[in-house]
Design a protein around this ligand. Structure first.
Ligand code: P5A
Length: 477
């Protein structure tokens, strides 16, 4: 049995184990094992991410180890990462001449090589990505899929452009791409421009995607950084312009980790377990024959026909003809989030009917065997996704409220979710909010989604009364 989802932290901890996503018993802090079922979800989710990126990025692979001399070159970058780096100091018993860092991210692995690749304006834009593991010595509470010391599924994209504006255009493209990805997962998000004190080390500015977890804390599920020519100057990445002179490139980078799967699980799941959208479910349809003595043959016959038909359509379908009671089977497949369940009992088998139910709804209904077409399944899958999306948006909306008092804001973000305020750009005002509200300033809302249109984009700063912008504040993971 799972704890109720209301106790979100325990629920999450249990559901990833009971649904066989992760094994959390690996004996190194912050490192976890993907089990086969979890790894299949990962594969399905990441193949969508790949599909989106492959439209106009090339996939590459850069090494895991970065020489200390490269990692330390960009001043801001190393300041941001120095207390998070794992070091390789020895080869066997020999101390290494130059220590090697396990990549915390790959800017300093890639950019010295970008310098060699980029010669002329014709080499631009350069757009590459890799999906690799990265290592961060996190000191905050580690949690599977959420805060890892080995991030196993780090998708990092890196691009280079002719000037600041073209890189900025790429930032917008990347934001669009991440929106498409999270819309596909029916995971709602807020897009913020992070305050200056919270941008990526070495970046000009950072745009972040946050989702609101069931306990009201936010989870940063992706970031897009405009790097301007900061790294280009450090790594001397120049190109020859059409006029024949030389200019530094302007760069962007953007990343998503397995937090996307943490969000998928947390946003849609319920007291019974996972609820997976059809496209990313390792098992999309389960068929459960209801067997009674003497009537087995017809039931099994129809179940097998159904199985063959669905398999023929190309779906991931399972016929559960094990000896367990139907109740035990329901329990098991509900826990694993199988979106569609088809039951065949003796009465139905007699009349060529099937009982259909969806993971997110309590009701069951009957359809004729012949009505189960590919079009019908697609329609059901689409409707299921739509219901998941609406439910998730409703839940997110109920956790967002506007405030013009810092005391009330503090109370809300402690117990409920995200507070919206009007805040100016000054660091002092931001710090005062963080101190009084005991939460993080997520930044100015980069764009206001349709479902939040009731809020005023501008207003007087809650601290100083100056020109303020709609800004999120929350406790964060
Ligand atoms: C962008 C890609 C970068 O590292 N360099 C290449 C840039 N950005 S980031 O914000 O630091 O990380 C990208 C996203 O990775 C997730 N993330 C984590 N996930 C799990 N465990 C961690 N310890 C962890 N740290 C970062 C976040 O979603 C972040 O936005």
């Amino acid at each position: 049995m799972l704890p109720p989802k209301q106790n979100f932290s325990e629920w999450f901890h249990e559901v990833i184990q009971q649904a066989e996503i992760m094994d959390i018993r690996y004996p190194v802090k912050g490192l976890y094992v993907w089990r086969p079922f979890g790894f299949k979800i990962r594969q399905l989710v990441y193949s969508k991410l790949r599909e989106l990126l492959d439209r106009d990025h090339d996939e590459v692979y850069f090494p895991t180890l970065i020489p200390e001399t490269e990692l330390g070159k960009e001043g801001e970058h190393i300041k941001g990462f120095e207390d998070e780096v794992f070091w390789v100091t020895h080869g066997g018993l020999e101390p290494l001449d130059v220590k090697l860092a396990l990549r915390p991210t790959s800017e300093t692995a890639m950019y010295p090589i970008f310098k060699l690749w980029i010669r002329s304006h014709a080499d631009l834009p350069l757009k590459v990505y890799q999906i690799v593991n990265t290592f961060r010595y996190e000191t905050k509470h580690t949690r599977p899929l959420i805060r890892l010391r080995e991030i196993t599924s780090f998708k990092e994209a890196h691009t280079a452009h002719r000037n600041y504006e073209e890189a900025e255009q790429q930032v917008r493209e990347a934001v669009k791409l991440y929106k498409e990805f999270y819309d596909f997962l029916a995971v709602p998000y807020l897009v913020f421009r992070r305050p200056d004190w919270d941008k990526f080390p070495g970046a000009d500015y950072t745009i972040a995607f946050d989702t609101i977890m069931p306990d009201g804390r936010t989870l940063q599920i992706g970031t897009v950084h405009h790097l301007a020519d900061n790294f280009a100057k450090t790594f001397d990445i120049k190109y020859e312009t059409p006029k024949g002179d030389h200019a530094y490139v302007h760069q962007t980078c953007y990343g998503i980790s397995e937090r996307c799967i943490a969000a998928l699980i947390s946003i849609h799941g319920d007291d019974l377990g996972l609820i997976l959208p059809f496209e990313v479910a390792p098992i999309q349809i389960v068929i459960i024959p209801i067997l009674y003595k003497g009537k087995e043959e017809k039931v099994i016959g129809l179940s097998k026909n159904l199985f063959e038909r669905l398999k023929g359509f190309g779906y991931r379908v399972l016929l559960d003809d094990s000896d367990e009671r139907p109740g035990a089977k329901y329990y098991k497949w509900e826990l694993k989030g199988v979106p569609m369940r088809f039951e065949v009992g003796p009465k139905e088998a007699e009349s060529g009917k099937v009982v259909v139910s969806f993971r997110d709804e309590k009701k069951k209904f009957e359809v004729d065997f012949d009505e189960i077409t590919k079009e019908k399944i697609e329609e059901w899958a689409k409707n299921l996704k739509e219901r998941l999306k609406n439910k998730a948006i409703e839940s997110a909306k109920s956790k967002i409220k506007f405030f013009d008092s810092l005391e009330e804001l503090a109370d809300w973000i402690e117990k409920r979710g995200v507070g919206l305020i009007h805040l100016c750009n000054s660091t002092e005002c931001g710090e005062e909010v963080e101190e009084k509200a005991k939460g993080s300033v997520l930044g100015r809302l980069e764009e206001i989604p349709e479902w939040l249109e009731e809020f005023e984009p501008k207003g007087a700063c809650i601290v100083c009364g100056g020109e303020g912008y709609l800004t999120g504040v929350a406790r964060t993971y």
